[in-house]
Design a protein around this ligand. Sequence first.
Ligand SMILES: CC(C)(COP(=O)(O)OP(=O)(O)OC[C@H]1O[C@@H](n2cnc3c(N)ncnc32)[C@H](O)[C@@H]1OP(=O)(O)O)[C@@H](O)C(=O)NCCC(=O)NCCS
Length: 199
Amino acid sequence: MGFMDSRLIHLENGTPIRLRNPGIADARRILAYRKKEAHTHDFEVVTAEEIKDDEELQRKWLFSYIQEPNKLCLIAETLDPRNSEVVGMLDFYGHPWLRLAHHGTMGIGVALAWRGRGIGRALIQTMIDWTHRHPTIEKIYLGVWANNLRAQALYTSFGFIEESRRLAYFKLDHGHYVDEIVMALWVKDPLRLAYLRSS
Ligand SMILES: CC(C)(COP(=O)(O)OP(=O)(O)OC[C@H]1O[C@@H](n2cnc3c(N)ncnc32)[C@H](O)[C@@H]1OP(=O)(O)O)[C@@H](O)C(=O)NCCC(=O)NCCS
């Protein structure tokens, strides 16, 4: 995993939230968070029913993130010592193959009760800071549902731009299709300029 020092942020009302890399021991809490939150919005690829209640599988997933330097996982959590709650999560999947090692794809979610308070922005900023120090990552990709305007506004504010659109990429159970917009951010600008000059 790409490692980041843990960060403490304060929401507008003063509530402290810690951002950190999760360890294997967080598997149960992360699984509970994913199952609970999958019901709260329409923009999740995996439905709540499809998330396996399998702690071992979640541990393996976390372990792959811990082992591989082109991957990053961050959780946001409350600081209550007796009942610290996971309230947000970001993962960045970078490829080990050399010709793909200059980019990766991120996914993000914040718990319903905690949205619109700056946690998503803080998670993304932390990932971007990590990429600045990363030896190979130059570009971050993400895929967002075309009707998810709130998330798009957040990504655009960081400088992500639309690169392409995959038509009817998602199919909902009532037969309705939604496009996916692929957005990207060049995190090391001089490299982007070098690319534009050579193309
Ligand atoms: C999208 C999501 C991750 C953003 O996280 P968040 O913690 O709610 O976002 P923040 O509070 O940091 O908000 C940051 C920006 O989001 C946008 N935003 C927040 N609330 C908004 C609202 N009600 N309407 C429109 N835009 C809004 C704004 O651009 C805001 O910018 P600001 O910081 O200048 O105010 C979160 O809302 C979420 O998990 N949504 C459901 C799952 C999802 O859509 N995941 C993304 C899949 S691609």
